[in-house]
Design a protein around this ligand. Sequence first.
Ligand SMILES: Cc1cc2nc3c(=O)[nH]c(=O)nc-3n(C[C@H](O)[C@H](O)[C@H](O)COP(=O)(O)OP(=O)(O)OC[C@H]3O[C@@H](n4cnc5c(N)ncnc54)[C@H](O)[C@@H]3O)c2cc1C
Length: 462
Amino acid sequence: MRLHLDPKPSASATPPMDAAGRHQGVGYWHETIEAVPGEPLAESISCDVAIVGGGYTGLSTAWYLKKHCPDLDVVVLEAAVVGHGASGRNGGFVMPLLGWDLLYTVKKLGDETARDAYQLMYEAVNHVKQVIGEDRIDCDLETTGYVLLNTSEVRERRSRLEYETARRLGFDHEWLEGDALAAHIRSDCFRSGVFDPHACVVNPAKLARGMKAQVEAMGVRVYERSPLLDLEEGAPVRLRTEQGTVRATQVMLAVNGYGAALGFMESRIMPVHTFIVLTEPLRREQLDAVGWGAKRASLESARNLINYFRLTADNRILFGGEDAKLYYGGRYYDHDDAVSEALKTRFRAYFPPLEDVAFTHEWGGLLGVSLDMFPSSGVVGSLGNIFYAGGYSGHGVALSNYAGALVAPAMLEAAGRQAPDAPRPPFFYGRRPAWVGHDPVRYLGVQAYRYVLRAQDHFQGA
Ligand SMILES: Cc1cc2nc3c(=O)[nH]c(=O)nc-3n(C[C@H](O)[C@H](O)[C@H](O)COP(=O)(O)OP(=O)(O)OC[C@H]3O[C@@H](n4cnc5c(N)ncnc54)[C@H](O)[C@@H]3O)c2cc1C
């Protein structure tokens, strides 16, 4: 197996560094952290494990390896700075969601596997809370719970079925309507909802930077501004960055949506974008006007192309989703005017009392999306020493933070080490997502699929 970085996809995006080598953040969260880029790799080194990608997947893998085997020599290679990718830009919803939804998961996998899969997601959410608490990562963690909001009769019927399925499988979801719903949020657009009390929110960039400090304190060498240019399978695996080389016994590919530009699963895990708009901080009476002041729940609308919205620590409304875009040639963009406008229109339709609220930030980033929205992890190549995890499809904050616990045990085992109390490998370990072809077929297929999803939302009034 060989990987080679195609520089074209990122050519049109904001370069992550300015001419003086300072990190150019994208969006609001990056303004809340100080990311002074670390030194690039500028020599030839050897290590036990080289992790490519400094997002949650990479950092959680480094954390797990060092926690269980402190003597392992672990290196992280990050193209820009830790948290530059989705891990520093996301909505910050730490949610127990997987695939399209629970009904789809049950249909595809059956009751028992679906229950295990969702149970794993709750473990992942708890893991995030536990690590943040134990290591005192300052990232505005708030257990808000999460409400899936029904905006149409058709969606309400599906949601009701999903709620009943969740209860049957033993999960403690609550059905909300009337006053119970109004205690969380008020809008004529929302008919009813399903509440899950366990979800929480974080400042994602603060979490990523906190995890960087955490693994460095454990002895992990984190090289920033060090994009992987080539990888050649072997024993050891040989990696080349702009200014250095690495010989690694094992490699973890933790690049999620960016894998496509390296030629890794580009026809199975697609670089799809999601975008966010953010308001100015709201006053208490503005929040009260939409019933959002007291409980501060995180919210998502039940549509194919969902909207997700939450409050930040300083009471701004973060409002995202509405569309999901794959650009031709797998190009990356940090911003899309048309999606920003559509998000603002939707926001005003949901919350007429907030019509005059100003928007201060707009940004987006890359998801790794598989056709059935299920993630994927495992080992690739012929020598059993290149591991990966990704394809979380929009619900990756919890799972990518748990990726270490799901993949690192296999890495340790392959290296003849022990991983005590490792969780059972999930159903998606070793799963290869469906093949969707190369552009233009991939691009045209995704466009067609997106129009079908939009049309269905439109005709269902969702
Ligand atoms: C705008 C947005 C909103 C989202 N909201 C939510 C949400 O609220 N809840 C939720 O559950 N999920 C959300 N997600 C998804 C979630 O953020 C991701 O699933 C998760 O962060 C993936 O983490 P990761 O570490 O696998 O990937 P990333 O965080 O993308 O990390 C990959 C890293 O690899 C680096 N890299 C790329 N190429 C190379 C290379 N050649 N060499 C070295 N390094 C390289 C990148 O710079 C990047 O830092 C959102 C995503 C986006 C973009």
